[in-house]
Ligand binder design. Sequence first.
Ligand code: ZN
Length: 450
Amino acid sequence: MSEDQILKEIEQNQEEYITFFQELIQAESYNPPGNEKNVALIIDKYLKYSNIKSEIFSFGDNRANLIAYLNDNFEGKNLLYNGHMDVVPPGNVEEWKYPPLSATIKRNKYIYGRGTTDMKGGLAGIVIALKILKKLGIKLSGNLIVNAVADEETGGVYGAKWCIENKLKLIKPNFSIVAEPTRLKPLPHVISIGERGRLIIKIITNGISTHSSWPFMGKNAIYMMSEIIHNLDKIDEYLPKIKPPLSLEELKKLISDALPRPEVLEKILNEQPILNSVLKSLTQFTKSLTIIKGGIKDNVVPDRCEAIIDFRLLPGQNIDPIFNALKKLIEEDLGYILKSEPVGEPKEVFVYIENIQYSEPSYWKDWKKSSILKSFYKIIEEAYNKKPFYLLFPASADASHFRNTGYCVKTIMFGPGSGASAHSTDEYIEIKDYINAIKVYTLFAYNYLK
Ligand SMILES: [Zn+2]
C-alpha cells in the first residue's frame, strides 16, 4: 500500500464524497435545539456499509453523539478525529440565495448551505478518511477513532465533554484533530494550537419606574446601565496582568514563514484590515457589548435594563477574577448593590450579573517540540501545494475540552472552509478545499499509524 493508492482512491471517488457531504448538509441539525441524530444516522449508515464499527449514543430529543473506529485494538497508537454535527440556525431564510438545507453546487466549484464550512465539510472529511483506510484494507499498527459530537455551538457539555468523560474515557489518544474550518482567507490554512475562551455575561440593572415628566421620583435603569458600560474598561486595571501565549510579533512571524517573502504579509495586512483585527484580538482579552434592551414606553422612566457582554479570554485566563473585577466596579466604584438573584422588593435599586455561557480558553504549550506536528504540516503543504501556518484561533471550540481536561493535550484544529464564511448567510465551501482536506486526514492517519 502506498500514498499513491490512497490518492488514486480519492481521485476516483470524489462524486461519492460530495454526495455524502450533501446528505450531511441536508440533514437538519440547527442548534438550538440540536437534532444532531439526523446527521449521526447518516454517518452510521455510511460507515456500517463499509463494515466499520460505529455506535450512536442518543440523548434528549433527537440528539446524539457517535463514535466509530478502524479496529478493536486500542493498545497501540490512537489517533482521534473529532467533528461537531450541530450547526447554527440559518437566521432569515429569505436572505439566502440558495436555501440553507439545499447543498446547492455552483459551477462545480462551490457548495452552499448552512454547515458547509462550520463544519460538515471537516466532519465528512474525517468520516471518509476512516472509510478509505478500511476499504483499502491497509494494515496499520494503531487505531483511528472518529468522534462526531452534538452541542458544540452551545458549549459542548453534552457533546465532546460528555464523550471524553464517558464513552471515550478508556481510549487514550496520542494525538487529536478537531476538523473545524481553519482557513484564514486570503492566507492559507491555519493549524490551530490554541483558542481563546468565551464568557457571556448578562447584566441587569433594576431601578424605579415613574412618569417621565417627574423623573426625579424614579431611578432610570438605562442610565444605570450606561454608567456600567462607560466604566467597563476599568475592570482591566483590576484583573491580573496576563501575557498572551504568543506576541503579535511572534504571530506575524509564524504567518510570514508560510509566505514566499516576508514583505508579503505587510502588504496583505494593509489590504485586509480584518486580518489585522484578528491578529490583534489574539493577543488580548477583549469585551464586546452585543445586546442591550430597555424601556417600555416613551413617557415611562424604565426600571429595567438588560445587557449582554461577550468577553474573550486568553489562554491562562480564568473567569473568577473577571467576576471579582465586575463586582468591584459595580459595588465599590459605582456604589450599587449587587444581588444574587434578578428579582427584588418593589422600588429596590440593584444590579444583577449572570454567567450565561462559558467555554474555556486552551493552548498546547509544547507544540513547537512536536515531531508529529511537523509531519502533519508537511502533509498539508503537499495536499494544498501551499504552506499552512501555526496560529491561535480567535473563536472558541471543542478543542478546549480535549486539552483542558488533560484527555489529550496534543490536540490541534485543522479543517476545510474559511472562518469568515462560518455562521454567515450563504455559507459555502470550495469543493477543492474539501477534497484536499480528505487527502490530509487520510494520508496523515496512514503515515501516523502505519
Ligand atoms: Zn464549528
